[in-house]
Write a new protein. Structure first.
Lengths: 227, 227
């Protein structure tokens, strides 16, 4: 099935795998004005409900850019695939859909954390990262880019304009450039080049820090701006 | 020797150990309007020259708040001691001056990094940090606080007003609260509680990220704001 390409869209469609949560719905809401977005789920009904909710929140013409379907179908229709789930299910899904993910551009905002008292610490060593683990599962020819770790999901899934935040993007060109351009399409977000995927642990670690700042400083939803 | 305590100063004096570089001179410049600051060095002449330079840059009444002397003497006169040198010399100095550092409030902005290609990566594992290593050398009863990792020295040592930046501070109360208050004395800097010293690797890691952003994004001197 050929999808409608919006005039100013950069990709044919963005698939938000496991995108029924706040991160997925938030990205759908923010990208729909410029891109076709597909909320994916293991359950068709959940995907369709989430898409309907986003369409209602959006209103206007761009609501037509949001659809819900099975993860498997979402992958087929998109050329950018975003994993909106936790690391372990993301790795399982990547293994199962390895063939259909081949040749797609993959974006990983995944962060693996564990609790330490009331705070959070990164689960993975600096020698790896969620994005690298995904790339390992998908194989050498995969094009995995890491980014969007540090924008709180609740901030994305809101009708309020986003503040002025940085999004550090890791990976190889030209895939990284495409993602940086897609980040620029979301008002308020400013992409920065963070280097190769091997460096993506730095933004995964930052996410633990942001959560701790929220816990320790009587305010939720910290994000970050580098300047 | 009794030092003059400025009316609105929080500590009797701040010692900037190895403070003849940009970090030390920068902190002297920024704290002198409110605090007595002492630039320390292994060489009396170097310390005095650096202090003279800062006094000249400052001008006005607060210039009188800046002196230069040997590290050993600086420790004696201050109740807050900042290590403005790299990790290995900092650990050697801490070992040598362990006794006189006892009971002092210690601030570590130290970050250990190594090169990886043209980029930087943290040298220490997340299970430790420069500040924790310092605390280990100084013993259980030491009061080590970590902070000021992410403000570029060249930004501090400038007559330009500082931008609006965050300073995450790690350690135990009440020591951490004193340092947070001292950070607030520098216009533009906003302290945030980062939790215990065990979490200070997070801001040491952030410093590597900031340097990489400078290398990769055609701009020097990135700092960070969390909000």
């Amino acid at each position: 099935m050929k999808v409608h390409v919006p005039l100013d869209g950069i990709v044919s469609a963005v698939a938000l795998l496991g995108g029924t949560g706040k991160l997925g719905r938030g990205l759908a809401l923010r990208w729909a004005p410029k891109e076709r977005v597909i909320i994916g789920s293991r359950f068709r009904g959940k995907a369709e409900d989430a898409a309907a909710e986003v369409r209602q929140t959006l209103g206007g013409a761009s609501a037509g850019n949001v659809r819900g379907m099975l993860n498997r179908e979402a992958i087929e229709e998109a050329d950018l695939v975003v994993f909106c789930i936790k690391l372990e299910p993301a790795l399982r899904l990547a293994k199962r859909r390895r063939k259909s993910l081949m040749g797609k551009l993959i974006l990983s905002p995944v962060v693996a954390m564990r609790r330490k008292g009331n705070l959070r610490v990164p689960k993975l060593k600096p020698s790896t990262s969620a994005a690298l683990r995904l790339a390992n599962v998908l194989g050498q020819r995969s094009r995995v880019v890491a980014g969007l770790h540090t924008i709180p999901a609740a901030m994305l899934y809101s009708k309020d304009p986003l503040g002025d935040y940085s999004v550090v993007v890791y990976g190889e060109q030209p895939a990284k450039g495409v993602v940086m351009q897609l980040v620029r399409e979301i008002e308020g977000l400013h992409p920065l080049d963070g280097g190769p995927l091997e460096m993506s642990f730095l933004s995964e670690y930052t996410t633990a820090l942001l959560l701790n700042l929220g816990i320790l400083n009587q305010r939720r939803g910290y994000s970050v701006k580098y300047y």
